[in-house]
Design a protein around this ligand. Structure first.
Ligand code: ABU
Length: 591
């Protein structure tokens, strides 16, 4: 089976690369001994295949149709059907030793293979941005497990040819979700940034580990530069701040709470929880579930997480916080930390950070701000005031992979005290963190973390920041805010939609119910709620099956299932917002 790939006009390796692979080449065309092993039958097959290719043009045997149809540039043909990335027995290795690098002579085949992977990815990227393409081709888990139209996820003991790997790459994308699609609104992280993507490719190519400067010199310094930028944006002095990139917002929140506890009780590190009084932490009732998870992981226990009441907009009520702290103390509990939210997951609410900071200062409590979602808003001069008071926090979680659109994952924990992260987590593994290295070992940041191996999450963010500048991020974020306002205004005019909170959105979250005509006649109350509860899941199911759009829903407190619209996708336009509303009406009107 033949594939097409693009090589630049002036690429000197084009000819060698094409000829190299046109036949299932024995290892090295100059290697006559191996060439002799190519049978007459095999040669005939090659001729047949070449004739077939000429007749039908470039083909790509995948369940994804016409994957190469839009490659208009000059094409070179290559044959990877007999090429392997690995060989396991002598016969195969003698005949098909067209291995990828680092195999000797593997350079051209590696290039052919990777260019074809790029072709597949480009095709997918183009489709992702095309509103006419489906967001997903939904299948149930059992269908994927059983295998689909030649796409088999089972693994074999024997190597498969590179051709098959390309088909599998195509099919993996085909049956996935196009999170960069303009009508993908399902999660807080969405979109497909091409520069970020390039950053991720480079990161994977470098394939190093963040634990020491020794093996990640450039990335380590980049991390420092990015953290410095983030401290400045929050309003902290570089000299007083510290931080680390972590694998996601939940881990960043875990770090915040871990360090908060260590600050208050450094003996925890050696003696464990038995050395501590009954400590409790307080969190907004709209706060992220990772705070409870952190309490469970850290041995604090979920019963010792006090959820503080919020107002109807989802903001923590300061008087409730004060009341909860005093009640806990009366009960003999010892509050040590308050987790405030800057951009809650469902409502996008910003807590009153100054009021919370005042209370924390009065009671000597650590203030952690979960700005995993809302942190990006600090980049907008129009909207950053919504996080006013964040500079008074002791620690902040901020996920550039959400509002800033950096490819997953990219998340930071920022601490307003130098040295605390390291003191809390340091274990001084002698085989990694030797004090007598040739460089300044302050740049070995790995002992600040609870991990050993740490993925390089910084390069894509650094590259995107280069590409956009701070102002580019700002413009993008301001546009999301405009879209949220537009969406709110359109919904407000529609009889069959009802906003969960009827006020101009403070962030890009807009929560709403859709009422099919038959529900409009049922009076507000239990019976109507019973019916309304089923509407969003039914609409979503149909939407997913049709692959037309994706939006999240959830119940919250006494509010039955409602949709959460959210904007963080640079590809989304007003027309997509209009489309979503029409689509919900179309799918929901007869329910
Ligand atoms: N807090 C993780 C992301 C949640 C969401 O995308 O809705």
């Amino acid at each position: 089976m033949y594939y097409s790939y693009y090589l630049p006009e002036n690429d000197s390796s084009r000819n060698s690369c094409c000829r190299y692979n046109r036949t299932p080449r024995a290892p090295g065309e100059t290697d006559t001994k191996k060439m002799q092993m190519q049978t007459e039958t095999q040669r005939r097959q090659d001729v047949d295949m070449e004739q077939m290719r000429k007749k039908s043009g470039p083909t790509f045997r995948s369940t994804e149709k016409n994957v190469t149809e839009d490659v208009q540039t000059e094409k070179a043909m290559t044959n990877l059907s007999n090429a392997y990335a690995s060989v396991t027995d002598l016969a195969v290795s003698l005949f098909f030793s067209l291995d990828l690098l680092p195999s000797k002579d593997g350079k051209d085949l590696t290039k052919c293979f990777l260019l074809q992977v790029v072709d597949i990815l480009l095709h997918y990227i183009k489709k992702s941005f095309d509103v006419k393409s489906k967001i997903l081709d939904f299948h149930h888990p059992h269908q994927l497990l059983e295998g689909l139209d030649g796409f088999n996820l089972e693994l074999s003991d024997h190597p498969e040819p590179l051709e098959q790997l390309l088909v599998d790459c195509t099919d993996t994308l085909k049956y996935g979700v196009k999170t960069g699609h303009p009508r993908y609104f399902n999660q807080l992280s969405s979109g497909l940034d091409v520069v970020g993507l390039a950053g991720e490719w480079l990161t994977a190519t470098a394939n190093t580990n963040m634990f020491t400067y020794e093996i990640a010199p450039v990335f380590t310094v980049m991390e420092m530069i990015l953290l410095k930028k983030m401290y400045e944006i929050i309003g902290w002095q570089e000299t007083e701040a510290d931080g680390i990139f972590a694998p996601g917002g939940s881990m960043a929140n875990l770090y915040g709470i871990l360090v908060a506890r260590y600050k208050q009780y450094p003996e925890i590190k050696r003696q464990g929880m038995t050395a501590l009084p009954c400590i409790v932490l307080l969190v907004s009732e709209q706060g992220h579930y990772s705070v409870k998870k952190a309490a469970a992981i850290l041995g604090i226990g979920t019963d010792n997480v006090i959820e503080v009441k919020c107002d109807e907009r989802g903001k923590m009520i300061p008087a409730e916080l004060e009341k909860n702290i005093l009640q806990a103390k009366t009960k003999g509990q010892t509050p040590f930390c308050v987790t405030a939210a800057a951009g809650t997951t469902v409502f996008g609410a910003f807590g009153p950070l100054h009021d919370i900071a005042d209370i924390c200062e009065t009671h000597g409590l650590w203030m952690h701000v979960d700005a995993a979602w809302g942190g990006g808003l600090l980049l907008s001069r129009n909207h950053s005031h919504k996080l006013s008071g964040i500079e008074r926090a002791n620690s902040v979680s901020w996920n550039p992979h959400k509002l800033m659109g950096v490819p997953l994952q990219c998340s930071a924990i920022l601490i307003r005290e130098k040295g605390l992260l390291e003191a809390c987590n340091q274990m001084r593994a002698g085989y990694l963190f030797q004090p007598d290295k040739l460089y300044n070992v302050d740049f070995d940041t790995g002992d600040k973390t609870i991990q050993c191996g740490r993925h390089v999450d910084v390069f894509k963010l650094w590259l995107m920041w280069k590409a956009k500048g701070t102002h580019g991020f700002e413009a993008q974020i301001n546009r999301y805010m405009e879209l949220a306002k537009y969406f709110y205004k359109v919904l407000k005019k529609k009889d069959n939609f009802k906003l969960v909170f009827d006020a101009e959105p403070e962030f890009t979250n807009v929560c709403f119910w859709y009422f099919p005509p038959r529900l409009k006649h049922i009076p507000k109350g239990f019976e109507r709620d019973q019916e309304l509860q089923k509407i969003a899941p039914k609409i979503k199911s149909q939407m997913v099956e049709a692959g037309t759009a994706m939006i999240n829903y959830q119940p919250c407190g006494d509010k039955v299932n409602f949709f959460r619209m959210v904007f963080s996708n640079p590809a989304t336009r007003r027309a997509d917002v209009d489309y979503l509303i029409d689509e919900i009406e179309r799918l929901g009107k007869d329910l």
